[in-house]
Write a protein that binds this ligand. Structure first.
Ligand SMILES: [Ca+2]
Ligand SMILES: [Ca+2]
Length: 338
């Protein structure tokens, strides 16, 4: 009898021990999993910190080059800011940083990655542009008809002007339109602070925004740099296609490629008419027209620059992009990390 009780007790102790071991093993596995997750999180935070630091270092390098060019009287697609291999693959600690932007060549239509900084004066400022310029821009860029492009232009004007009256009788929008949307809001009635605000304006959906965003800005005094502006921006100012083509051909130089060492440059507004008429024949009416557009809209230097600093780690698996807009003196106007 005693022997039976002893062996039962031994069996119970064994079972208990096995359960304990099982629980301990599960606990150890749980602890191990948690520790591993936490180590991965720490590693990810450390990597993000390295990438942020490297992207910021890239922006600071770019700002120093912008400041060094402060006194320059013109900016062009092939200068030290817009096209400079010093901006490619800069080593910062464990990271590789590039300052770059995408540029669409007007002659070939090809989209190229440029190492450098893009000026904002190559774009139309939606805060200062007239309805006429905006209408022409939409008609050319979206290939829309006059009524559609005029409605878009008026909607942008009405979104920003102080009053609540429509600038054209039909097609634009003010508070009464936005209040009746599924998720209502009101017209801003002041200047845009970031370009993405366009997505709130009547008629501008994601697809439209994607087509127009590279040609528009919220920075600068409204003058367009004739050395950097694209063909449809030049045409939006009222220049006919023939003159716009001649300006692009002149700029591109003998190799007919933008942002290469042989590019030609307009150093000042007073050099535009003599240089262009020497390069290609312009009749009297074209010269008169060009002169008027130059006086009203054109500059040869830029005052605001967008720096896009891309930091890469682990052969490009992890990246961080910092976008910064600075003025000519290097003052930061906008900062965005993603
Ligand atoms: Ca308004
Ligand atoms: Ca060239």
């Amino acid at each position: 009898m005693n022997n039976m009780i002893t062996s039962k007790a031994r069996g119970s102790v064994l079972m208990l021990s096995l359960w304990c071991m099982c629980l301990l093993t599960m606990f150890a596995a749980y602890l191990g999993y948690n520790v591993r997750q936490k180590l991965m999180l720490v590693k990810r935070i450390e990597e993000r910190s390295k990438l942020r630091f490297a992207a910021e270092a890239g922006v600071k390098k770019a700002i120093s080059i912008v400041k060094a060019q402060e006194q320059k009287t013109y900016n062009a697609l092939n200068d030290d800011l817009s096209a400079n291999d010093a901006f490619k693959d800069i080593m910062v600690g464990d990271c590789v940083v590039s300052i770059c932007y995408e540029y669409k060549d007007d002659e070939t239509g090809a989209l190229a990655l440029c190492y450098g900084i893009a000026d904002e004066e190559r774009k139309i400022n939606v805060k200062t542009a007239s309805p006429v310029v905006l209408e022409r821009f939409f008609r050319i860029t979206l290939e829309s008809d006059y009524a559609q492009s005029q409605a878009l232009a008026a909607s942008i004007i009405d979104w920003q002007d102080e009053d609540s009256g429509m600038s054209i009788p039909l097609g634009s929008a003010e508070d009464s339109y936005y209040r009746n949307l599924r998720f209502p809001y009101e017209a801003k009635d002041s200047g845009m602070e970031i370009l993405d605000e366009l997505l709130l304006v009547k008629g501008i959906d994601n697809k439209t925004f994607f087509c127009i965003k590279d040609y528009l800005t919220v920075y600068g005094g409204g003058k367009i740099n004739i050395n950097t502006a694209s063909k449809n921006v030049l045409m939006a100012l009222g220049l006919d296609e023939d003159i716009a083509d001649k300006i692009i051909l002149f700029r591109n130089g003998k190799d007919r490629i933008a942002a290469t060492p042989d590019d030609n440059v307009f150093e000042s507004n007073s050099s535009i008419l003599p240089k262009l008429s020497q390069f290609s024949r312009l009749d009297n009416s074209q010269l008169t027209h060009l002169s008027r557009v130059v006086d009203e809209y054109i500059a040869t230097a830029s005052d605001n620059f967008m720096i896009r600093s891309v930091a890469r780690l682990n052969n490009g698996k992890n990246t961080m992009t910092t976008i910064c807009v600075v003025d000519r003196k290097g003052n930061v106007l906008h900062w965005q990390e993603s």
